[in-house]
Design a protein around this ligand. Sequence first.
Ligand SMILES: Nc1ncnc2c1ncn2[C@@H]1O[C@H](COP(=O)(O)OP(=O)(O)OP(=O)(O)O)[C@@H](O)[C@H]1O
Ligand SMILES: [Mg+2]
Length: 347
Amino acid sequence: MTHEPLVLGIETSCDETGIGIVRGTTLLADAVASSVDEHARFGGVVPEVASRAHLEAMVPTLRRAAETAGIRLSDVDAVAVTSGPGLAGALLVGVAAAKALALGLDKPLYGVNHLAAHVAVDQLEHGPLPEPCLALLVSGGHSSLLQVTDLTLGVDPMGATIDDAAGEAFDKVARLLGLPFPGGPHIDRVAAEGQITIDFPRGLTSRRDLERHRFDFSFSGLKTAVARWVEAKERAGEPVPVADVAASFQEAVCDVLVRKALDAARERGIEDLMIGGGVAANSRLRAMAVERAAAAGVRVRVPRPGLCTDNGAMVAALGAEMVARGRTPSALDLPADSSLPVTTVLS
Ligand SMILES: Nc1ncnc2c1ncn2[C@@H]1O[C@H](COP(=O)(O)OP(=O)(O)OP(=O)(O)O)[C@@H](O)[C@H]1O
Ligand SMILES: [Mg+2]
């Protein structure tokens, strides 16, 4: 191939229909249609509603992306799609669309891991990932620390959450505080007006826990601690200082994430940390990581907030890397795998 590959990426693992188009590591289009408003009144994503919304949004979003990028679909060199993990019915819509495009255009198909795509997207902003590099992946359904060398070949998991994901904790605590769904961005906004006045627990940081769970996370105890604290205030008939609770909770989550990521970097002698996934959009996490990493001699890379939450560009970015590194494309009977492990980057 004489030019950098033009790759179209399709993302439908949850409630965002994303179509991204990249040429190599250059982003040409990132069209996203979200069904989040349709789920808000249920306080969480309703799988059937998400699948139907993907079906309705697929073709218009595809058209919008191609128009923005100024390409014809026949110009595309490869089609990449999130094959998992995610909601089964939602994944199926994207995988079916990708197969139809790959077959119709007679172009290779790459079924890629959504979590690895959250890592790959950073290359669109900051160029190739250093090898090795540490990835702190914090999203709505996952929280992991990964060592990454060649992302297309796999990842080396160092730790993960043993209960709730970081984003899940943000969403649950937001609900408790009466903030809308999804709660992460609302906690971020409200916390900016509050003070860190409450010392909430830092999960899996005691000496005993560190022996077994050095690089693992736990957020369900923190969520319960926040719930108890709020209940006690309400029982006493006192107003709940929502902004202070949000700021204190956010501080506890970010503190553990950054602390463990930098410990892992030190242990492995790795000097580059990338942070990806929806929670990487959090302003406090970004500021704290930059500040503490500088003191530890570690460089930090975080994509801009719009590329942290789900989108098609991240899938296209990983697909383009697959093409550039000469990986074998997926078969046309590629299945959607709702529980695809983080270690399977290409299916
Ligand atoms: N500014 C923010 N601060 C904290 N959390 C945030 C922020 N913005 C988004 N989030 C959280 O990020 C999560 C969504 O991230 P993402 O879209 O990557 O998750 P997902 O795709 O549903 O999960 P996964 O990637 O694990 O499959 C939600 O939990 C949301 O509350
Ligand atoms: Mg995601």
